[in-house]
Write a protein that binds this ligand. Structure first.
Ligand SMILES: Cc1cc2nc3c(=O)[nH]c(=O)nc-3n(C[C@H](O)[C@H](O)[C@H](O)COP(=O)(O)OP(=O)(O)OC[C@H]3O[C@@H](n4cnc5c(N)ncnc54)[C@H](O)[C@@H]3O)c2cc1C
Length: 467
């Protein structure tokens, strides 16, 4: 008798016969590498890891998981802060082999595998002087970042990553493969643009591309942490009202031991204003000169650089395997009281790589209506704040995780609500996920979930329960 995939239980022989990639079990060579994720604090042992090479593999893995009664997790780039990519004792649909990036420079489109990294995306698109807005660390996955919204240096000029999504190929919970776009399954397409991995496995994204670089202008002005309150006020005021071609970031970090940092300042805790210029270099230089006058920085790095180098610049500060705990906040303004609270709390972190990142938003994100996508947050939002406890050793990590929680609580009075960017939070307690989307959007997402994934197969994420 021929064994069909529905008849097998935990025996993966039939799954191995139909999946083109490896199907890994505990003890197999490659299993430990495949179950590891960026956050070294996550140590889970799935029952099966199916390394899929296309939608048919994904559909087979889903059928197998259903027959075997296994919880499903989907792994894109493995950078989800709480390890959503790996389910203990479950089945992992590992998309890391699905990492193609095919660029059509004439149509200005890129077709990108659901497991590609931002580095792969940038490298392929920049070959043609093109890019799509995405994150600021190149080893992050395109999959999770896009489905939650996605922002980076290009966001003031060209919007969130989802604002540049043209279509997506999706494997649904029942194994069927559909294309979602403005004209096909538009409800699904709406939900994918901000609703996370709740509705299916995206095996391919299609993005619209923009002319970028290849050379962009970079400036980092670093002020000693002792003057954090002053630096944060100036950085806030500089970031306010910038032209869209000038992209700001505020980073409370320790100066890296990099060649561009004077040796005497290596590891010095600083507040840095970062200004990226995508337009006229003279306008960038003028904005940097004005900021410098007000900040009086301890040291500065001002240089043109390739866009791909900009996209890799922060990679080493957050290496693969480090322990991490993150909490986010949305702020409509950055009042002096919040700045003073943050300045007081900054010296309390112990790890030199724990950090506070403040992303001033604005510009192109407000060209899209609040209800045009499922993005969890308002399009008039001004700041995303990320509090990140990051450390290699467990003791320092435990200390800084508590520091993140306490700092989050201290800043809470300035926040819009207790929700946050879905891609940032390590946990969503109580109503915070509903608050992130707002009641109307959350209910709309729940209805779409009920249509496309009624039994909540895709629940290892910031989960939207089916209506
Ligand atoms: C070092 C670092 C830097 C970051 N910088 C930024 C930044 O600059 N801007 C920003 O917006 N965010 C940033 N983030 C947050 C990032 O967007 C999220 O962590 C995101 O979830 C990572 O996606 P991933 O595919 O790598 O992760 P995974 O852990 O693989 O996936 C995260 C979630 O998305 C789901 N998922 C992933 N791929 C797919 C797919 N193809 N189909 C269906 N579901 C999928 C997973 O099931 C999981 O629920 C950063 C995170 C880290 C750790």
């Amino acid at each position: 008798m021929t064994r069909t995939i529905d008849m097998i239980d935990r025996n993966v022989t039939a799954l191995r016969a139909v999946v083109n990639g490896e199907v890994l079990l505990p003890g197999d060579e490659g299993y430990d590498e495949a179950r590891s994720v960026w956050n070294g604090d996550i140590d889970r042992r799935p029952a099966v890891i199916a390394q899929c090479t296309g939608p048919e593999d994904v559909a087979a893995a889903l059928r197998y998981a259903r027959a075997a009664g296994l919880e499903v997790a989907v792994r894109g780039g493995g950078h989800g802060y709480w390890g959503a990519a790996i389910a203990e004792g479950g089945l992992v649909i590992d998309l890391s082999l699905l990492d193609h990036v095919d660029v059509d420079p004439v149509a200005r489109r890129a077709r990108v595998g659901g497991g590609a990294t931002l580095g792969q995306l940038d490298a392929a698109t920049q070959e043609h002087g093109l890019a799509v807005p995405a994150g600021t660390v190149s080893h992050t996955g395109v999959g999770g970042l896009t489905l939650g919204g996605g922002f980076g240096w290009l966001t003031p000029l060209h919007g969130f990553t989802i604002d540049n999504l043209q279509s997506a190929q999706v494997v649904l919970a029942d194994g069927s493969v559909v294309l979602a776009s403005a004209t096909e399954h538009p409800d699904l397409f709406w939900g994918l643009r901000g609703g996370g991995g709740n509705f299916g496995v995206v095996t391919e994204f299609e993005f619209r591309l923009h002319e970028v670089g290849p050379i962009v202008q970079f400036a980092l002005l670093a002020v000693e942490q002792d003057r954090a309150a002053h630096a944060l006020r100036v950085a806030r005021d500089v970031a306010d009202g910038l032209d869209r071609t000038l992209s700001p970031g505020i980073a409370c970090i320790s100066a890296p031991p990099a060649p561009f940092v004077p040796a005497e300042h290596h590891f010095a805790p600083v507040v840095a204003l970062i200004l990226i210029g995508f337009g006229d270099p003279d306008e960038h230089a003028a904005a940097v000169a004005a900021a410098k006058g007000a900040l009086q920085p301890l040291f500065e790095v001002v240089t043109p650089m390739p866009y791909v180098a900009l996209q890799q610049m922060l990679d080493e500060g957050v290496p693969w395997g480090v322990r991490s705990y993150t909490k986010g906040l949305y702020l409509d303004e950055l009042p002096d009281t919040a700045i003073d609270t943050l300045a007081e709390r900054l010296p309390g972190r112990r790890s030199p790589i724990s950090e506070v990142l403040i992303f001033p938003l604005g510009g192109a994100i407000a060209d899209v209506g609040d209800d045009d996508t499922a993005f969890g947050g308002s399009r008039s939002l001004r700041y995303v704040v990320a509090l990140e406890g990051i450390a290699p050793d467990p003791e320092t990590f435990a200390h800084d995780r508590q520091w993140v929680r306490d700092t989050w609580n201290a800043l809470r009075p300035a926040a819009v609500h207790d929700g946050a960017y879905v891609n940032l939070n390590a946990e969503f307690a109580g109503d915070s996920l509903r608050n992130t989307y707002g009641a109307a959007k959350f209910d709309r997402l729940r209805a779409i979930k009920a249509k496309y994934d009624p039994t909540n197969v895709f629940r290892h994420n910031a989960n939207i329960p089916p209506a």
